[in-house]
Design a protein around this ligand. Structure first.
Ligand SMILES: Nc1ncnc2c1ncn2[C@@H]1O[C@H](COP(=O)(O)OP(=O)(O)O)[C@@H](O)[C@H]1O
Ligand SMILES: [Mg+2]
Length: 291
């Protein structure tokens, strides 16, 4: 029933790539479509593999049961989480949010089969590129794309729940050309949102504001390693100046300001969200000052 996937081993960049190592493909996955590949990421409760599915480059995201739980409860919770992530991803796509196509859901092996986006380049990779740093025009265009994608999600009644720079991928646009890298953009790029495991359906300004706050923290963190600086909290008045050789848009405050400007332009319900955001940010700062 399942066309066999081509045998291949590929390792792509990303959060866990440094520690990625060949891992035996789980037998339940192998029986479907994969015969051999590398485990790319190794969080404790799930793995992300790369391969092909029906001839298309694909990503396989498999969730594992937590060992300490009762097996029956485990099976129920794991399959509920996989289905919830699949539903959220499908809904986001219906809302027009750029997100990978959902190719297949295998509830039995708790695996999502996803379209592989571009070459797997993340926004974090681009922001951390130092030699040379990404040009300001490219960074601006990406921040605009982030604001637009989050606005579409929020206006559609969803929040992502984990808006980090590793969950925002870069896809080369329809114009094609060579795939983008951290230092050289494709001719046209699109920001694609992934990882809907924590997404929820809500229109509460508080939830939307927390989504934005998580993103602000992530942008600050992604930048601070590259430039050796960053305010640590984003948006503060004590941020160091942008690096001499780097674009002004790389200043963490400027990065997030571009996202917010785009969000305001594209989100119908921006007003209550942004006033809540000021509160959430204040709470977050107080907490990090207290420790
Ligand atoms: N559809 C995809 N296309 C390309 N790379 C992907 C895709 N989905 C995930 N990845 C890569 O795998 C990493 C982890 O996937 P993610 O869905 O974010 O899982 P996790 O819940 O472990 O963070 C991402 O940061 C990205 O580098
Ligand atoms: Mg993720």
């Amino acid at each position: 029933m399942w066309p066999r996937a081509r045998r291949r081993c590929v390792l792509v960049g990303g959060r866990g790539s440094a520690s990625a190592a060949a891992a035996p493909i789980p037998s339940n996955l192998a029986s479907h479509s994969l015969s051999s590949c590398l485990s790319l990421f190794r969080p404790t409760f799930q793995r992300v593999y790369e391969g092909t599915f029906l001839g298309r480059p694909a990503i396989f995201k498999q969730r594992f049961p937590k060992r300490y739980r009762h097996p029956a409860l485990n099976a129920r919770l794991t399959s509920a989480r996989v289905k919830a992530e699949a539903r959220a991803l499908a809904r986001a796509r219906r809302l027009g949010v750029p997100a990978p196509a959902l190719l297949f859901v295998d509830v039995r092996s708790s695996t999502l089969y996803l379209e592989k986006v571009g070459s797997g380049l993340t926004l974090k990779d681009v922001l951390r590129a130092a030699d040379p740093p990404a040009p300001p025009a490219r960074v601006d265009a990406l921040m605009e794309g982030v604001g637009r994608a989050v606005a579409a999600l929020h206006d559609g009644g969803m929040v992502h729940g984990d808006l980090t720079t590793s969950n925002l991928l870069i896809r080369e646009g329809p114009a094609g050309g060579s795939p983008p890298s951290a230092s050289s953009p494709a001719s046209e790029e699109e920001v694609v949102v992934i990882d809907f495991g924590l997404a929820t359906n809500t229109v509460a300004p508080e939830d939307r504001a927390v989504d934005l706050f998580v993103l602000e923290r992530a942008l600050t963190a992604a930048h601070s390693t590259a430039a050796g600086g960053g305010s640590g909290q984003g948006g503060g008045g004590s941020s160091p100046p942008p690096p001499k050789h780097g674009p002004a848009a790389h200043c963490p405050d400027a990065l997030f300001a571009s996202v917010l400007a785009s969000y305001r332009r594209h989100c119908a319900g921006w007003r209550p969200t942004l006033s809540k955001f000021a509160e959430v940010r204040l709470r977050g700062r107080k907490r990090s000052m207290v420790g």
